[in-house]
Write a protein that binds this ligand. Structure first.
Ligand code: ABC
Ligand code: CA
Length: 472
């Protein structure tokens, strides 16, 4: 599917090994052991109702190709990022038939499959690597000379030195060599075709020269979203010229610090978003917006104030880009840094009647009804109206999101004089399902209890969709 076809989607990110088992069993899974816990592609198929019921229509699964086997000294390759052979699948997760079955199960539901691909390196279990263990790049000449990246300000080092360490060296492919480049272009075309992928998340994009990417994307032939792990829009921006989009790392950092405590700085978030809107190729429209992922401590490892959590979780669904939810966030998981943030979801019992699961349902539903009721919703940049040190009003017509970081003991109020609604227009806060009425100038004055966010929509726009606050 094209970038345009992904614009309106909402992505659920999961680690295959940790999401669901084939037979529904719940084996123990101690994240600190860093070993395979038993999740499979058949497991994912069996839990698609759970994902779809929350309103997601795309699933990003962890890398699928064959990885190094056994315990490396840094655990097993359960996460999938330690490629050994780009042309075989990781048998821990199932067979070719199973992966194809997942793609068709998703497609039957009208959902998209996003594959996660690693092009930058192959993983070794000794130093120097046993190059003959890799496939198809099995000689030392296929790789850059070994040097571990130690200066992230030196872009040549970032591109041509190695990630990993002496225990699991991530041997850096010589992507300056045409044969290797062409092999990778052919490979991505085959992978996307063989498994009917609708999009690809590309790992370690900043570690390969920029001009490698346009033809890679062209061969993929579907939506591409790159991981450029950096907090600066000036660094990340140029990558939006060579791929369809990037994961919104620059917003992730101020988003987290804005809502992690009542002393968080909301204006840094505002500034960053405005920078991104003006720096990226398509503004922030195509970026993947997230609050958690598999490489960072979960939000609830830093605060468990549910008002702060609900405010922070609201952001990806009310901003310009494509929302991404990392599995387990909806179940209130609290894992800290890798590997603790990769908990088994089966240990939650997949309970659906829970406050955060319902919050996610509401957020997906309100975004879809905003898309349905305003043909330009997805191409209208959000605007910040009425920012104070503890409140934000984010306008993206017909939505008005009222956020705050006072926490669960606060009673925030917002006064938004020119919210853009019709005079006295009836509105609904979809978080509480309470009614709010715009003033005679179309402005909004509102307040909430317990620090929870408000997400306002015109009642008339909600009526069309039915699924949000449908008892009104
Ligand atoms: C293993 C162990 C961990 C241990 C770690 C050192 O080694 O499991 O317990 O802590 C995979 C596995 C990991 C594994 C690694 C290494 O391989 O999932 O569990 O960690 O063997 C991608 C994937 C990631 C994956 C790989 C490797 C790459 O999402 O899951 O990891 O295929 C760099 C890369 C980035 C990569 C990330 C892990 O490392 O650029 O692509 N992610 C700075 C650098 C970044 C760097 C980051 C983290 O540190 O600039 O390039 O990311 O090391 C901002 C700044 C940023 C700064 C951040 C931290 O702060 O602006 O520049 O990032 O403010
Ligand atoms: Ca590289």
């Amino acid at each position: 599917a094209s970038a345009d076809e992904w614009r309106s989607r909402a992505i659920y990110q999961l680690v295959t090994d940790r999401f669901a088992t084939s037979n529904g069993s719940s084996p123990p899974c101690d994240t600190s052991q860093r070993v395979y816990c038993g999740g499979t592609w058949q497991g994912v198929i069996s839990k698609l109702d759970y994902i779809q019921n929350m309103g997601f229509d795309a699933v990003w699964i962890s890398p699928v190709v064959a990885n190094v086997e056994g315990n490396t000294g840094e655990g097993e390759a359960f996460h999938g990022y330690w490629t050994r052979d780009i042309n075989s699948l990781n048998e821990h997760f199932g067979s070719t038939d199973d992966l194809n079955a997942l793609a068709s199960a998703l497609h039957t539901r009208g959902m998209f499959l996003m594959l996660d691909v690693v092009v930058n390196h192959m993983a070794a279990t000794s130093n120097p690597p046993d190059y003959s263990s890799f496939s198809p790049f099995n000689t030392q000449a296929d790789f850059h000379l070994e040097c571990f990246i130690d200066d992230y300000n030196n872009q040549t080092d970032v591109e041509q030195c190695w990630l990993g360490d002496t225990t699991v060296p991530l041997a850096d492919l010589n992507t300056e060599n045409d044969d290797i480049v062409n092999t990778m272009y052919t490979w991505i075309k085959g992978l996307v075709g063989n498994y009917s992928a609708d999009g690809v998340r590309i790992d370690t994009v900043k570690h390969i020269r920029k001009d490698f990417w346009p033809q890679f994307a062209q061969n993929a032939g579907v939506f591409t979203i790159g991981e450029v792990l950096d907090g600066n829009t000036s660094y990340v921006g140029p990558y939006t010229q060579v791929l369809d989009s990037v994961l919104d790392y620059p917003t992730f950092y101020p988003l987290t610090s804005a809502f992690v405590s009542p002393t968080g700085n909301l204006s840094s978030l505002v500034e960053l978003v405005q920078q991104a809107q003006s720096t990226y190729k398509d503004g922030e429209f195509m970026t993947g917006s997230f609050l958690e992922n598999h490489d960072n401590p979960r939000f609830q490892s830093m605060t468990q104030d549910q008002a702060l959590v609900k405010n922070a979780m609201t952001w990806p669904f009310i901003q310009d880009g494509v929302p991404i939810l990392y599995y387990g966030q909806e179940q209130g998981y609290t894992g800290g840094a890798d590997p603790a943030n990769r908990e088994a979801l089966w240990l939650s019992g997949y309970v659906e009647d829970k406050p955060l699961v319902n919050h996610v349902k509401t957020l997906n539903a309100v975004r879809k009804s905003a898309i349905a009721s305003n043909g330009s919703f997805l191409t209208t940049p959000l605007k910040f109206l009425a920012t104070t040190s503890s409140t934000l009003a984010v306008s993206k017509p017909p939505l008005l999101a009222l956020l705050s970081n006072g926490g669960n003991a606060s009673s925030p109020s917002w006064s938004v004089p020119n919210a853009g609604y019709a005079a006295n227009e009836p509105l609904v806060d979809v978080v509480s399902c309470a009614s709010v009425t715009a003033d005679s100038n179309g402005g909004v004055s509102a307040s909430s209890q317990g620090g929870v966010p408000m997400v306002l929509m015109p009642a008339s726009a909600l009526n069309k969709s039915g699924s949000v606050c449908s008892n009104l």
